[in-house]
Design a binder for this molecule. Sequence first.
Ligand code: NDP
Length: 243
Amino acid sequence: MTISLEGKKALVTGGGRGIGGAITLALARAGADVVACYRDGGDHVDRLAETLAGTSGKHHLMRADVTRAEDVEALIQTCRDRLGALDVLVNNAGVISHVPFAELTPAEWHRVVDTNLTSVFTVVQAALPLLSGNSSVINIGSGSAFVGLALRAHYTATKAGLVGLTRSMNRELGPRGIRVNVISPGVVQTEKELSPEIVARYTAMTSVGRLGRPEEIANVALFLASDLSSYIAGADIDAIGGI
Ligand code: NDP
Protein backbone atom coordinates (compact mmCIF):
# COMPACT_ATOMS: atom_id res chain seq x y z
CA MET A 1 0.00 0.00 0.00
CA THR A 2 1.32 3.47 -0.77
CA ILE A 3 0.95 6.38 1.61
CA SER A 4 0.19 9.76 0.08
CA LEU A 5 1.40 12.99 1.66
CA GLU A 6 0.22 15.05 -1.28
CA GLY A 7 -0.09 18.71 -0.28
CA LYS A 8 1.73 18.29 3.04
CA LYS A 9 4.70 20.48 4.03
CA ALA A 10 7.56 18.96 6.00
CA LEU A 11 10.78 19.87 7.79
CA VAL A 12 13.45 17.26 8.57
CA THR A 13 16.43 18.15 10.73
CA GLY A 14 19.61 16.23 9.99
CA GLY A 15 17.93 15.24 6.76
CA GLY A 16 21.05 15.18 4.60
CA ARG A 17 22.09 11.58 5.06
CA GLY A 18 21.55 8.38 7.03
CA ILE A 19 18.11 7.87 8.56
CA GLY A 20 17.23 11.56 8.08
CA GLY A 21 18.18 11.39 4.40
CA ALA A 22 15.93 8.37 3.95
CA ILE A 23 13.08 10.19 5.71
CA THR A 24 13.55 13.29 3.52
CA LEU A 25 13.37 11.15 0.41
CA ALA A 26 10.42 9.07 1.60
CA LEU A 27 8.37 12.17 2.45
CA ALA A 28 9.23 13.77 -0.91
CA ARG A 29 8.38 10.58 -2.84
CA ALA A 30 5.05 10.43 -1.00
CA GLY A 31 4.22 13.89 -2.37
CA ALA A 32 5.21 16.27 0.45
CA ASP A 33 7.20 19.46 -0.05
CA VAL A 34 10.29 19.08 2.13
CA VAL A 35 12.85 21.42 3.69
CA ALA A 36 15.75 19.50 5.25
CA CYS A 37 18.81 20.75 7.06
CA TYR A 38 22.26 19.37 7.75
CA ARG A 39 25.26 20.63 9.73
CA ASP A 40 28.30 20.24 7.48
CA GLY A 41 27.08 18.78 4.20
CA GLY A 42 29.24 17.23 1.48
CA ASP A 43 28.86 15.10 -1.64
CA HIS A 44 26.06 13.10 -0.04
CA VAL A 45 23.92 16.25 0.17
CA ASP A 46 24.53 16.98 -3.53
CA ARG A 47 23.51 13.42 -4.38
CA LEU A 48 20.36 13.72 -2.28
CA ALA A 49 19.50 17.04 -3.98
CA GLU A 50 19.80 15.33 -7.38
CA THR A 51 17.49 12.51 -6.31
CA LEU A 52 15.00 14.98 -4.83
CA ALA A 53 14.97 16.91 -8.10
CA GLY A 54 13.50 13.78 -9.68
CA THR A 55 10.48 13.86 -7.39
CA SER A 56 7.50 16.16 -7.67
CA GLY A 57 7.15 18.97 -5.17
CA LYS A 58 9.27 21.85 -3.92
CA HIS A 59 12.24 20.74 -1.86
CA HIS A 60 15.11 22.60 -0.28
CA LEU A 61 18.26 21.37 1.46
CA MET A 62 20.10 23.89 3.63
CA ARG A 63 22.89 24.13 6.14
CA ALA A 64 21.58 24.88 9.64
CA ASP A 65 23.11 23.80 12.92
CA VAL A 66 20.19 23.04 15.23
CA THR A 67 22.31 23.87 18.29
CA ARG A 68 22.66 27.50 17.15
CA ALA A 69 19.71 29.81 17.85
CA GLU A 70 20.35 31.97 14.77
CA ASP A 71 20.45 28.88 12.53
CA VAL A 72 17.17 27.59 13.96
CA GLU A 73 15.62 30.99 13.30
CA ALA A 74 16.89 30.95 9.69
CA LEU A 75 15.64 27.38 9.24
CA ILE A 76 12.12 28.23 10.39
CA GLN A 77 12.13 31.44 8.34
CA THR A 78 13.02 29.36 5.27
CA CYS A 79 10.09 27.04 5.99
CA ARG A 80 7.84 30.08 6.35
CA ASP A 81 9.06 31.60 3.06
CA ARG A 82 9.11 28.42 0.99
CA LEU A 83 6.31 26.32 2.49
CA GLY A 84 4.06 28.80 4.30
CA ALA A 85 3.15 26.23 6.97
CA LEU A 86 4.26 22.87 8.37
CA ASP A 87 2.25 19.66 8.63
CA VAL A 88 5.19 17.44 9.51
CA LEU A 89 8.28 18.15 11.61
CA VAL A 90 10.88 15.41 11.99
CA ASN A 91 13.51 16.01 14.66
CA ASN A 92 16.18 13.60 13.51
CA ALA A 93 19.50 15.47 13.90
CA GLY A 94 21.63 13.56 16.35
CA VAL A 95 25.20 12.83 17.36
CA ILE A 96 26.80 10.03 19.35
CA SER A 97 30.19 9.20 20.81
CA HIS A 98 31.69 6.33 22.76
CA VAL A 99 33.23 7.56 26.00
CA PRO A 100 33.71 5.78 29.34
CA PHE A 101 31.47 7.47 31.87
CA ALA A 102 34.43 8.34 34.14
CA GLU A 103 36.07 10.20 31.24
CA LEU A 104 33.00 12.00 29.92
CA THR A 105 33.77 15.74 29.83
CA PRO A 106 31.16 18.46 30.40
CA ALA A 107 31.90 19.71 26.87
CA GLU A 108 31.05 16.35 25.31
CA TRP A 109 27.99 15.95 27.55
CA HIS A 110 26.70 19.35 26.39
CA ARG A 111 27.48 18.72 22.70
CA VAL A 112 25.36 15.58 22.71
CA VAL A 113 22.58 16.98 24.92
CA ASP A 114 22.40 20.22 22.91
CA THR A 115 22.15 18.37 19.61
CA ASN A 116 19.88 15.46 20.51
CA LEU A 117 17.56 16.96 23.13
CA THR A 118 17.73 20.74 23.52
CA SER A 119 17.39 21.24 19.76
CA VAL A 120 14.04 19.45 19.81
CA PHE A 121 12.78 21.98 22.35
CA THR A 122 14.09 24.96 20.36
CA VAL A 123 13.03 23.73 16.90
CA VAL A 124 9.51 22.71 17.95
CA GLN A 125 9.01 25.94 19.88
CA ALA A 126 10.19 28.06 16.93
CA ALA A 127 8.04 26.04 14.52
CA LEU A 128 4.84 26.32 16.58
CA PRO A 129 3.41 29.30 14.65
CA LEU A 130 3.80 27.31 11.43
CA LEU A 131 2.40 23.99 12.62
CA SER A 132 -1.05 23.44 11.20
CA GLY A 133 -4.09 22.25 13.14
CA ASN A 134 -3.52 18.74 11.80
CA SER A 135 0.18 18.16 12.13
CA SER A 136 2.64 15.52 13.20
CA VAL A 137 5.88 16.03 15.11
CA ILE A 138 8.14 12.98 14.91
CA ASN A 139 11.16 12.70 17.18
CA ILE A 140 13.88 10.16 16.45
CA GLY A 141 14.89 8.50 19.69
CA SER A 142 16.74 5.22 20.19
CA GLY A 143 15.86 1.80 21.51
CA SER A 144 19.06 2.06 23.57
CA ALA A 145 17.29 4.58 25.85
CA PHE A 146 15.29 1.77 27.44
CA VAL A 147 18.13 -0.63 28.16
CA GLY A 148 21.19 1.59 28.57
CA LEU A 149 24.52 1.21 26.80
CA ALA A 150 28.03 1.22 28.20
CA LEU A 151 30.10 4.19 26.93
CA ARG A 152 26.96 6.07 25.86
CA ALA A 153 25.49 7.43 29.12
CA HIS A 154 25.21 10.90 27.58
CA TYR A 155 23.58 9.62 24.40
CA THR A 156 21.05 7.35 26.10
CA ALA A 157 20.19 10.14 28.56
CA THR A 158 19.19 12.36 25.63
CA LYS A 159 17.12 9.67 24.00
CA ALA A 160 15.33 8.78 27.25
CA GLY A 161 14.75 12.49 27.85
CA LEU A 162 13.23 12.76 24.40
CA VAL A 163 10.49 10.31 25.39
CA GLY A 164 9.47 12.47 28.37
CA LEU A 165 9.69 15.64 26.29
CA THR A 166 7.54 14.03 23.60
CA ARG A 167 4.87 12.84 26.02
CA SER A 168 4.62 16.24 27.73
CA MET A 169 4.63 18.24 24.48
CA ASN A 170 1.93 15.91 23.23
CA ARG A 171 -0.30 16.70 26.20
CA GLU A 172 0.06 20.45 25.68
CA LEU A 173 0.03 20.53 21.90
CA GLY A 174 -2.46 17.71 21.26
CA PRO A 175 -5.49 19.95 21.86
CA ARG A 176 -4.11 22.24 19.11
CA GLY A 177 -4.13 19.34 16.65
CA ILE A 178 -0.42 18.61 16.89
CA ARG A 179 0.44 14.96 17.49
CA VAL A 180 3.91 14.31 18.92
CA ASN A 181 5.47 10.84 18.80
CA VAL A 182 8.86 9.14 19.06
CA ILE A 183 10.34 6.48 16.83
CA SER A 184 13.00 4.43 18.63
CA PRO A 185 15.21 2.64 16.11
CA GLY A 186 17.47 -0.30 16.87
CA VAL A 187 20.84 -0.57 15.13
CA VAL A 188 20.52 0.80 11.62
CA GLN A 189 23.19 0.40 8.97
CA THR A 190 23.68 3.78 7.33
CA GLU A 191 26.45 4.93 4.96
CA LYS A 192 28.77 4.92 7.96
CA GLU A 193 31.13 1.95 8.05
CA LEU A 194 30.54 -0.57 10.87
CA SER A 195 33.18 -3.16 11.71
CA PRO A 196 32.27 -6.81 10.93
CA GLU A 197 32.47 -7.53 14.67
CA ILE A 198 29.90 -4.85 15.48
CA VAL A 199 27.60 -6.02 12.69
CA ALA A 200 27.83 -9.62 13.90
CA ARG A 201 27.28 -8.70 17.55
CA TYR A 202 24.18 -6.58 16.97
CA THR A 203 22.78 -8.88 14.29
CA ALA A 204 22.89 -11.74 16.77
CA MET A 205 20.74 -9.68 19.16
CA THR A 206 17.91 -9.22 16.65
CA SER A 207 15.11 -11.67 15.96
CA VAL A 208 14.97 -10.74 12.28
CA GLY A 209 18.62 -11.71 11.76
CA ARG A 210 19.94 -8.43 10.38
CA LEU A 211 20.49 -4.76 11.11
CA GLY A 212 17.89 -2.18 10.13
CA ARG A 213 17.90 -0.16 6.93
CA PRO A 214 17.31 3.63 6.95
CA GLU A 215 14.29 3.10 4.69
CA GLU A 216 12.67 0.93 7.35
CA ILE A 217 12.76 3.80 9.83
CA ALA A 218 11.59 6.18 7.11
CA ASN A 219 8.56 3.93 6.55
CA VAL A 220 7.53 4.39 10.18
CA ALA A 221 8.01 8.16 9.83
CA LEU A 222 5.88 8.08 6.67
CA PHE A 223 3.07 6.40 8.59
CA LEU A 224 3.32 8.86 11.50
CA ALA A 225 3.40 11.78 9.06
CA SER A 226 0.22 10.59 7.39
CA ASP A 227 -3.38 10.78 8.51
CA LEU A 228 -3.35 6.96 8.78
CA SER A 229 -1.81 7.49 12.24
CA SER A 230 -4.39 10.07 13.31
CA TYR A 231 -5.07 8.33 16.66
CA ILE A 232 -1.41 7.79 17.58
CA ALA A 233 -0.26 10.56 19.89
CA GLY A 234 2.34 10.66 22.66
CA ALA A 235 3.56 7.20 21.64
CA ASP A 236 6.95 5.58 21.36
CA ILE A 237 7.16 3.24 18.38
CA ASP A 238 10.05 0.80 18.54
CA ALA A 239 11.64 -0.29 15.27
CA ILE A 240 14.36 -2.50 16.70
CA GLY A 241 14.18 -5.70 14.67
CA GLY A 242 13.22 -7.72 17.70
CA ILE A 243 16.24 -6.95 19.88
P1 NDP B 1 24.09 10.29 10.74
O1 NDP B 1 25.29 10.70 11.53
O2 NDP B 1 24.27 9.35 9.59
O3 NDP B 1 23.33 11.58 10.20
C1 NDP B 1 23.01 12.60 11.11
C2 NDP B 1 22.43 13.77 10.37
O4 NDP B 1 22.20 14.79 11.34
C3 NDP B 1 23.40 14.36 9.35
O5 NDP B 1 22.67 14.89 8.26
C4 NDP B 1 24.08 15.48 10.13
O6 NDP B 1 24.60 16.54 9.31
C5 NDP B 1 22.91 15.96 10.96
N1 NDP B 1 23.33 16.70 12.13
C6 NDP B 1 24.14 16.33 13.15
N2 NDP B 1 24.27 17.34 14.02
C7 NDP B 1 23.54 18.36 13.56
C8 NDP B 1 23.29 19.68 13.98
N3 NDP B 1 23.84 20.16 15.09
N4 NDP B 1 22.49 20.48 13.23
C9 NDP B 1 21.93 20.02 12.11
N5 NDP B 1 22.12 18.77 11.63
C10 NDP B 1 22.93 17.97 12.35
O7 NDP B 1 23.06 9.70 11.82
P2 NDP B 1 22.04 8.48 11.75
O8 NDP B 1 21.31 8.48 10.48
O9 NDP B 1 22.76 7.25 12.18
O10 NDP B 1 21.06 8.87 12.95
C11 NDP B 1 19.95 9.72 12.76
C12 NDP B 1 19.13 9.77 14.03
O11 NDP B 1 18.74 8.45 14.38
C13 NDP B 1 19.90 10.31 15.23
O12 NDP B 1 19.05 11.06 16.05
C14 NDP B 1 20.36 9.04 15.93
O13 NDP B 1 20.60 9.24 17.30
C15 NDP B 1 19.17 8.13 15.68
N6 NDP B 1 19.48 6.72 15.78
C16 NDP B 1 20.36 6.13 14.91
C17 NDP B 1 20.63 4.77 14.99
C18 NDP B 1 21.55 4.08 14.06
O14 NDP B 1 21.82 2.88 14.28
N7 NDP B 1 22.06 4.71 13.01
C19 NDP B 1 19.99 3.95 16.04
C20 NDP B 1 19.07 4.66 16.88
C21 NDP B 1 18.84 6.00 16.75
P3 NDP B 1 26.08 16.40 8.65
O15 NDP B 1 26.05 15.17 7.80
O16 NDP B 1 26.25 17.64 7.85
O17 NDP B 1 27.02 16.28 9.82
